[in-house]
Design a protein around this ligand. Structure first.
Ligand code: GLV
Ligand code: MN
Ligand code: MN
Length: 419
């Protein structure tokens, strides 16, 4: 017989509202209070300690691995069986909101509390995890902790990544006290389920709180460094300039043109980081750097977009007499989620009377990494303001968060009782 639980929505909401105070800042652009909790900063450390406290208060066994991922276990009846894992991340971008990632972690902790309140025992262990540097904003590679766990990125490589000030992941893990000793290649779970805000408009447009996620689109991150030559603004003839800033500007415009052209499927391109250093009014810029974030739900379209851009930049560099250097920051292919786990989520939503839509994820998630080691799927929760995210305007209301976490709880309960 299928048991049904309901999470405590007020308790979940209270946890979300408490965590958002850690790393809170005043966002000039929106006039709102946002969250700035970059991975392995003091704010992240404080938020981690708060989560660990909540995990211990829920009677869970807590461990930290060598890339700083934190796991908390609720023992099942047969501890020899692989566990059911929930999780997400609590690091944010520099202009973050209260829900991206944290809903999956605090929702997971709430599931544990709910099972305790209901006096429910499960066959398998259930774990909730939080993964290090999902955003990739500080150390340049997204889904870092989960990618190390899944074996895609070697621990040593991850430890040596540096932030803008040259501080390494390893140094920062040690400094904040989260350089754990559990092995990063964790025991293989029976299944992984991640609850996350949608960060887009599809659910709200469909008038539902819940999305069953079919997979994650391909992500490509590269850093482009353009080196030209500084020269006098007034005296240097236009045709003999090596203007790094001009070349960078062309790349920005071409990236958008590629999206609009339709030649690369549903390509999305973003130049989120663009600079010409100090810059002087009367000096031609000698160097420019930019990051290029490409997303595509089709691997072949992604490949041709990358190839086109590389060719375009080569021609541009030759024309303007500048040197270009490419640095690969991150690259992941399209990841389809496990049909069986999607079905468990769909059946759970049906039984709870919660309508849903099926959708691909536009954003990257830890689930896409963990899906390499065990059957994985995700539940999405609708957001307001068009599902806007990575800004303090990000907002999912208490009912939507509660409904999504109810789906998480009951799906995990079913999976944890599967022999
Ligand atoms: C994660 O937030 C991403 O960049 O998709
Ligand atoms: Mn996220
Ligand atoms: Mn994010």
């Amino acid at each position: 017989m299928t048991r049904t639980v309901r999470i405590n929505r007020d308790r979940l909401w209270a946890s979300l509202m408490q965590l958002k105070e850690i790393g809170a800042y005043h966002d000039e652009a929106t006039g709102l209070r946002g969250v700035r909790r970059l991975a392995l900063t003091d704010a992240d450390a404080e938020a981690r300690r708060r989560c660990v406290r909540w995990m211990l208060e829920a009677g869970l066994e807590v461990r930290v691995d060598r890339i700083g991922n934190v796991y908390a276990t609720r023992p099942g009846r047969d501890r020899s069986l692989p566990c059911v894992l929930m999780g997400s991340h609590i690091d944010t971008v520099a202009t973050g909101g209260a829900f991206d990632g944290t809903l999956g972690v605090l929702g997971g902790i709430e599931v544990m509390r709910t099972l305790d309140d209901a006096g429910i025992e499960t066959l398998r262990d259930i774990e909730v995890g939080l993964f290090t540097e999902e955003e990739g904003v500080r150390f340049g590679t997204d889904m870092l902790g989960s990618a190390v766990t899944a074996g895609r990125i070697p621990l040593d490589h991850a430890h040596k990544l540096t932030d803008g000030d040259g501080r390494t992941v390893k140094e920062e893990l040690v400094r904040i006290g989260f350089n754990g000793d559990a092995h990063e290649r964790r025991p293989i779970p029976y299944a992984y389920v991640e609850c996350h805000i949608e960060q887009g408009p599809i659910l709200a447009d469909a008038g539902v709180d819940i999305g069953i996620v079919e997979g994650v689109q391909s992500i490509s991150w590269q850093r482009l460094t353009i080196r030209g030559e500084a020269a006098h603004a007034g005296t240097t003839p236009i045709e003999s300039r090596h203007d790094a800033g001009l070349v960078a500007a062309h790349v920005v415009v071409e990236a958008r043109r590629m999206c609009d052209s339709g030649d690369f499927g549903q390509l999305r391109a973003t130049i989120g980081n663009f600079g010409i250093g100090e810059g002087q009014t009367n000096v031609i810029p000698h160097q420019a750097t930019l990051t290029i974030d490409l997303r595509n739900p089709d691997n072949d379209h992604m490949t041709s977009a990358e190839q086109h851009l590389a060719g375009y930049v080569d021609e541009l560099a030759a024309h303007h007499g500048v040197q270009v250097g490419w640095e690969r920051m991150a690259k992941t292919a399209v990841v389809p989620f496990h049909p069986g786990i999607q079905e468990v989520l769909a059946a759970t939503a049906d039984d709870l009377g919660l309508p849903y839509v099926r959708t691909m994820s536009g954003a990257g998630h830890d689930a896409q990494e963990i899906s390499a080691i065990c059957p994985t799927a995700m539940v999405f929760v609708a957001g307001e303001n068009g599902g806007i995210s990575h800004t303090p305007r990000e907002y999912s209301n208490p009912t939507a968060c509660g409904n999504g976490t109810d789906v998480l709880a009951n799906a995990v309960l079913r999976l944890a009782d599967q022999p």
